[in-house]
Design a protein around this ligand. Sequence first.
Ligand code: NAD
Ligand code: ZN
Ligand code: ZN
Length: 365
Amino acid sequence: MSQTVRGVIARAKGEPVTVENIIIPDPGPGEVVVDIEACGVCHTDLHYREGGINDEFPFLLGHEAAGIVEAIGAGVTEVAVGDFVVLNWRAVCGQCRACLRGRPWYCFNTHNAKQKMTLEDGTELSAALGIGAFADKTLVAAGQCTKVDPEASAAAVGLLGCGIMAGLGAAINTGNVGRGDTVAVIGCGGVGNAAIAGATLANAAKIIAVDVDESKLGWAKGMGATHTVNASEGDVVEAIRNLTGGFGADVVIDAVGRPETWKQAFYARDLAGTVVLVGVPTPEMTLEMPFLDFFSRGGSLKSSWYGDCLPSRDFPMLVDLYQQGRLDLDAFITEKIGINDVEAAFDKMHRGEVLRSVVILGVSP
Ligand SMILES: NC(=O)c1ccc[n+]([C@@H]2O[C@H](COP(=O)([O-])OP(=O)(O)OC[C@H]3O[C@@H](n4cnc5c(N)ncnc54)[C@H](O)[C@@H]3O)[C@@H](O)[C@H]2O)c1
Ligand SMILES: [Zn+2]
Ligand SMILES: [Zn+2]
């Protein structure tokens, strides 16, 4: 028996999202239906709405979510009905070349549900990042569910499902920030502020937050930034060098993803330092730089897909740190909203007014 629930749909490029009835099939082999409790609004949802990811409209948006497993399909052993789970978009296959080499966080063949959710007229939906959780319920692959401490708040831990994990992981996994390092983070939205929280967890000695928006810099201080730089008030590279003895930072994280911010990251880094790109560029962007600078400055230039996370390893650990008061996930929640408020949340994101808006569904926020 399929069921009908509400979901937030992007029907066409650039058009406001609508709340519509969607059909959730019964879970097939390896699939799970999850009763969604909370789902954060990520910049990537807006990218989908703007046609920036692909043209497979209509989309069922939402992908930073936590909820309760309502039903499981044949052969599902990873989770049971009633489990409290955070959804992920890295259900590793265990068989691709990355998995076989012991690097499952790069898995090149991650699993999603095989069946499609649809509109009432039968139109198949593309679920954002294979999740689609601005909905009362969603259908995912069992491996997309990571069981965590059921005492934790769904609105907070659901954020680990995408942007906050991407930022934390950009610092602690990809950037390998360690005790005593100097770190700079360019762009302090949800992702950049999570990178700052990650650098704080890793005991970085100096954490420099860079943004064009003073309110974002205020949030960054709360996450553990030791210094702030307003990028609209002067040369970012010079400011970071001045704060690091004239040398640049050990690790610079670009959480904006534009050619100009990446170049700032490149030049604001100490010799042999690391640049981590976690912001996502758009297809028309190009980069031109003196080739010799790549050689003579050494170090490593990395991109961070989903913070190089392994959900089964990282989500329960980070939920524990949250429960112990060592990782303030609640500080990322600027507002809790209803399912009808996603379009307004996009506007607020555009105006820079929020770190995260979180849609609360079901009965237990
Ligand atoms: N790599 C991944 O796996 C992954 C996962 C989730 C999101 N992302 C990407 O990360 C990026 C950030 O996401 P978000 O949710 O934090 O977005 P956001 O819009 O909340 O934050 C972006 C921040 O960058 C600041 N900014 C813009 N231009 C700037 C400039 N020139 N210099 C300094 N700061 C500048 C803005 O003021 C804002 O605070 C997006 O590109 C998003 O798609 C990547
Ligand atoms: Zn794999
Ligand atoms: Zn996201």
